[in-house]
Design a protein around this ligand. Structure first.
Ligand SMILES: Cc1cc2nc3c(=O)[nH]c(=O)nc-3n(C[C@H](O)[C@H](O)[C@H](O)COP(=O)(O)OP(=O)(O)OC[C@H]3O[C@@H](n4cnc5c(N)ncnc54)[C@H](O)[C@@H]3O)c2cc1C
Length: 648
């Protein structure tokens, strides 16, 4: 198997960049960092330095590249050097538990360690986002070209399309981007039962969930290269192809950005470089930027860098003896995440996940030999469903909506939030209420997981009303910032999860998936009253690993951190380009939306407001590649017809 090979301008000796000057410096080599670096260095005269806290991943190549390693021998486990080891503060609504929030500390960021599900946020969500920030550039029509820009979609074989009830709208896809999206060659036997079960529950899934509408049950594709069957991720798409050819790009690994530095000689501070620690010791190094500094540390890293640079809520900064450069209350606020709970069932037939260690070794060997269709290492699985409020709440829907209107005051994450943050909280709350809850859009996701010999159905809240925060708990820059998601602090959230678990019981009793189900193992049928279900949720709920919004793109008076150009308020030459800028919850896993907004962010730096004006615009955005795709198919059909005719 041709695993990714590195040989290039990725270095880990800080002395080589210490006190050097670049046009742009980027903190973090996740999606935002690598896309921005790639796009800016398309101009050979632009010099870019990327600084990444983690390593390059060469020593764990197989565990990154082989898709199902994400589950079977994942990198983000306790004690892994490739995980930031972030634990939330004790959650009072989860019986005092501290939840693990894995995050990739490695070139590629979390895309090197994640579960490869490719799901897309929807039209209504992006239109609501653009309204909140009052800029059409962020609505669905204008963002769709950026979704298409990063993607090369491979249409599945007709037989798979039929077996898994896959619908494809070709115009929603891209065909020449760096991220490969395909359906794995191995499929769990229960996948074919998934979509028909939702049809029987009255939920039609006859649309492509990439097309702007995602209600229904689907087998979703993965970020897998169809030729090699390896993970396709930020590094393989945006770094490897250019790593030796662009001498204007340097990536420094194993170096922690501790703060952004500023020229404060004029009224508005101007970012002009960064400080960082590297070479395995506490020495501090610096590098200088003449044009801009881009923070791309993700939802947890970016607010921490801003706070340590003196940009954030005054009270928090002063409590940690950080000089206040700009009192910006929204930094770290608005934090939201998809919280989830699972109902687990024993099964009537093997589900594929119940292999012994030696059987797993055998499966891995089969993958290494290239027999992908026979190895469960080929698939992270993709059975997924998005369900609207009425199906979850049934007769209680209108009462529930009335309560949401009435409980608006419960929304603020804590009574002492600054007024701007409260205003933003209300704005996003109202937006979700109108555009999601009342509009029939999906409020929960259900995922089918293979848990040993059992099947688990994981219910994840997609539009939570609870909001938390990230803040500095120490002046020591090597310590992670404090993370307090304040899960279930709004009463609607637990009500929805509880009803969602009841819905899963109906799902498990519906044909054809019911033919696979034997007994409920957890929480077990004895757990049936609302109080008992709530206890179960408080004891077992976990994160779906989709934190966002800690540097939200909102107006400044709504506690925003960046404007619609992704520029940090009240300073010059500083942007945040990553998942932390997402202002509203989205009913999707976060990889796709992050790729799209970061492609747009790179265009904004270069001064392109419209995707079509950008030098990086692809054939897919103009439709040319789509017609190439169809011409190719047409050619194959003509050849088949010709051979039949000749045969006759
Ligand atoms: C275990 C797991 C499974 C997931 N599964 C899926 C999935 O199946 N599908 C999906 O769509 N999404 C999934 N996600 C979510 C998705 O991967 C993330 O939302 C997305 O990758 C976020 O990208 P980002 O670039 O904003 O941040 P990150 O990926 O966190 O990247 C930030 C980068 O910046 C670096 N950094 C941070 N701070 C500093 C600093 N101070 N100095 C230097 N470098 C720094 C980090 O090391 C990292 O490389 C999953 C996430 C995890 C953790």
């Amino acid at each position: 198997t041709p695993f990714h090979q590195f040989k290039r301008n990725i270095i880990n000796d800080a002395n080589q960049v210490n006190n050097q000057t670049y046009d742009y410096i980027i903190a973090g080599a996740g999606i935002g960092g690598l896309i921005t670096a790639n796009r800016l260095t398309e101009d050979e005269n632009t010099r870019v330095l990327v600084i990444e806290a983690g390593g390059n991943g060469d020593d764990v190549r197989e565990r990154i590249d082989i898709p199902a390693q994400a589950y079977l021998d994942g990198l983000p486990v306790d004690g892994s050097p490739y995980d930031w080891a972030i634990y939330t503060e004790a959650q009072s609504n989860l019986n005092g538990r501290n939840l693990h929030w894995p995050r990739g500390k490695i070139v590629g960021g979390s895309t090197a360690v994640n579960a490869l599900y490719m799901t897309r946020s929807t039209k209504d969500q992006h239109d609501a986002w653009s309204e909140l920030i009052d800029d059409d550039g962020w609505n669905w029509d204008n963002l769709l070209p950026y979704f298409r820009r990063f993607e090369t979609f491979t249409t599945p074989k007709k037989s798979l399309e039929k077996n898994l009830s896959i619908e494809i709208e070709h115009s929603a896809h891209g065909y020449d981007g760096g991220i490969q999206i395909s359906f794995p060659q191995y499929n769990y036997p229960q996948n074919g039962l998934w979509q028909p079960t939702f049809e029987n529950l009255g939920i039609d899934s006859d649309n492509d969930p990439f097309s702007g509408q995602n209600i229904g049950g689907y087998i979703t594709p993965n970020s897998i290269d169809p030729d090699t069957q390896l993970r396709s991720y930020a590094a393989s798409a945006y770094l490897y192809p250019i790593e030796t050819s662009r001498s204007n790009l340097v990536v420094l690994t194993d170096a922690l950005v501790t703060r952004v530095n500023f020229d404060t000689s004029s009224a508005r501070p101007k970012a002009n470089g960064v400080s960082f620690r590297a070479n395995g010791n506490n020495d501090e190094f610096q590098a200088h930027a003449t044009n801009e500094v881009v923070i791309a540390g993700g939802t947890l890293g970016s607010p921490q860098i801003l706070l340590q640079s003196g940009i954030g809520p005054r009270e928090n900064l002063e409590s940690q003896n950080v000089n206040v450069l700009v009192d910006l209350p929204g930094v770290g606020a608005h934090l939201q995440d998809h919280i989830s709970a699972t109902v687990e069932f024993s099964t009537t037939a093997p589900v594929g996940g119940s292999l012994s260690d030696s059987e797993l070794d055998e499966q891995l060997e089969i993958f290494r030999e290239g027999h992908f269709a026979r190895s469960l290492y080929s698939t992270p699985n993709g059975a997924i469903a998005y369900i609207p409020l009425e199906d979850i709440m049934g007769d209680e829907t209108s009462t529930f909506l009335d309560q949401l209107e009435a409980n608006m005051t419960d929304a603020t994450s804590s009574g002492d939030d600054p007024d701007e943050v409260k205003a933003g909280y209300r704005a996003t709350y109202e937006s979700d209420l109108e555009n999601v809850y009342k509009a029939g859009n999906a409020v929960v996701e259900i995922l089918m997981n293979n848990l040993g010999s059992n099947l688990g159905f994981q219910l994840a809240l997609q539009h939570p009303f609870s909001r938390g925060k990230i803040y500095l708990g120490s002046s020591d820059t090597s310590e992670n910032a404090k993370v307090d998601p304040l899960y279930l602090s709004h009463p609607a959230d637990i009500q929805l999860i509880r009803n969602g678990l009841k819905y899963i019981r109906r799902l498990a009793a519906t044909e054809p998936i019911s033919t696979m189900i034997r007994d409920e193992v957890s929480p077990g049928l004895g757990t049936s009253s609302d109080d008992d279900l709530d206890d179960y949720i408080r004891n077992s709920a976990v994160s779906q690993y989709h934190p966002a919004s800690s540097c939200a793109m909102l107006p400044e008076e709504n506690g925003g951190v960046v404007d619609s150009q992704m520029r940090v308020y009240n300073v010059d030459n500083l942007r945040v380009i990553d998942s932390s800028t997402i202002p509203l919850p989205v009913a999707a896993h976060h990889m796709q939306v992050t790729y799209a907004i970061c492609e747009k962010g790179a265009d904004l730096i270069r001064g392109y407001q419209k995707a079509s004006d950008s030098p990086s615009a692809t054939d897919s955005e103009s439709g040319a590649s789509l017609s190439k795709h169809f011409n190719g198919q047409l050619l194959i059909m003509m050849m088949i017809i010709a051979s039949i005719v000749n045969g006759l």
